[in-house]
Design a protein around this ligand. Structure first.
Ligand SMILES: Cc1ncc(COP(=O)(O)O)c(C=O)c1O
Length: 374
């Protein structure tokens, strides 16, 4: 007889992991795989950030390994609060922002209800909703557009949480300032609005419609950021949320006490202060996006994605074929069939050398097989 596991678990689709890059690189002939499948920062982390992570483990041996990190993460929360113009009491730390998405879903859905996101949204929103026991609803959206009116129109009486990728992964879509304000102001106040800003730092801070602007007026808003993207620290697993102190205090109860490690916190505290590195990464990303679009045009390929450090490429043949052909040539991208986009691949912006390797492999395939526009 099996233990009586929560019935929802049986219906939950398994997480589909990407190709484990380090394993792939150990395979004969694949040592030089160019990774354009994760949306990390190919330029990071900086040496200073890496040094801080190592220093955090260097104390009197073996204490740095043996002792738990401080349970409240106050040093990092203070550094984040300083950078974001907030109070440390408004900052929550997560084992990646994924953990904060899961905490938010559990906090809202453990006693029932539904979670809502736009179609083609980051897969963790649906998984976290279902793992918490909630019903997951998707509103209409396309690969190129999401609308506040569709999200608002899809809200059900039992909806408890709404997720917005801002910009969304994998589509790179986001709301403009007015649409975001409409969503924030019109959503029922008993519903938690989670605005996931994992790629926010890739946009010009003067024009990016930062959802944190609504924190003052809305008590039902949680804004998420991660150190996995522009800061290049995905391997250390650390992210953060910003909300009002009262909600932070409640969500905090769902967090396990030592969910972030000492090296992760130390590296993140260094990274959050380095605005020059962010600006440099932002500029390089913009240059890579412009170059990518120009090259795609040469191959008559349709490319979409408003924001982020990745772009979507449309093919007239099933994208997994392109994925396999590219992999044979040592280039790893992300097919999006599991996101309901069977003819799209997502390509992260890498170094100029990475992108040259991509086009060397992809160019002839696309010219032979065809792209999304004729
Ligand atoms: C939109 C979005 N949110 C959250 C995450 C999760 O990031 P983390 O590594 O902080 O868990 C990702 C990672 O791919 C993402 O694309």
């Amino acid at each position: 007889m099996q233990p009586h596991v929560f019935e929802h678990l049986r219906r939950l689709p398994r997480h589909r992991p990407g190709q484990p890059l380090l394993e792939l690189r150990r395979m004969p002939g694949q040592e030089a795989v160019v990774n354009l499948a994760d949306n990390g920062n190919c330029w990071g982390p900086t040496e200073a950030v890496r040094a801080r992570a190592l220093e955090a483990l260097a104390g009197p041996a073996p204490d740095a390994f043996r002792l738990y990190p401080p349970a409240d993460g106050l040093a990092l929360r203070t550094a984040i609060a300083l950078r974001r113009g907030r109070d440390p009491g408004q900052i929550l730390l997560g084992h990646g922002s994924t953990e904060l998405i899961e905490i938010a879903a559990r906090a809202m859905l453990l006693d029932g209800g539904s979670g809502l996101a736009a179609r083609h949204s980051f897969a963790v929103y649906g998984r976290a909703t279902q793992a918490a026991g909630g019903r997951f609803i998707e509103c209409h959206a396309t690969a190129t557009e999401v609308e506040a009116a569709h999200l608002l129109g899809a809200v059900q009486p039992d909806t408890r949480i709404v997720f917005l990728g801002h910009p969304n992964n994998p589509t790179g879509t986001q709301l403009d300032r007015d649409a975001l304000a409409l969503l924030a102001r019109s959503l029922r106040e008993d519903i938690l609005l989670v605005v996931d800003q994992a790629y926010a730092e890739y946009q010009d801070p003067d024009v990016y419609p930062d959802a944190a602007a609504h924190l003052q007026e809305r008590s039902n808003l949680l804004v998420l950021h991660t150190f996995s993207k522009i800061h290049g620290l995905a391997g250390l697993r650390i992210g953060y949320g910003i909300t009002n102190p009262e909600l932070a205090g409640l969500l905090e109860r769902m967090r396990s006490p030592h969910n972030t490690s000492r090296p992760a916190e130390a590296a993140a505290a260094e990274a959050i202060q380095d605005e020059a590195f962010e600006a440099l990464s932002r500029d390089r990303n913009l240059a890579a996006r412009i170059a990518f679009r120009a090259e795609a045009e040469q191959h008559r390929c349709r490319v979409t994605g408003q924001a982020g450090n990745f772009l979507l490429m449309e093919t007239v043949f099933p994208a997994p074929e392109l994925y396999r052909d590219l992999l044979r040539q040592g280039v790893l991208v992300r097919p999006l069939d599991d996101y309901g986009l069977p003819n799209h691949v997502r390509v992260a912006m890498g170094t100029p050398q990475d992108m040259a390797a991509f086009w060397k492999a992809a160019g002839p395939l696309l010219d032979n097989l065809g792209c999304g526009c004729s």
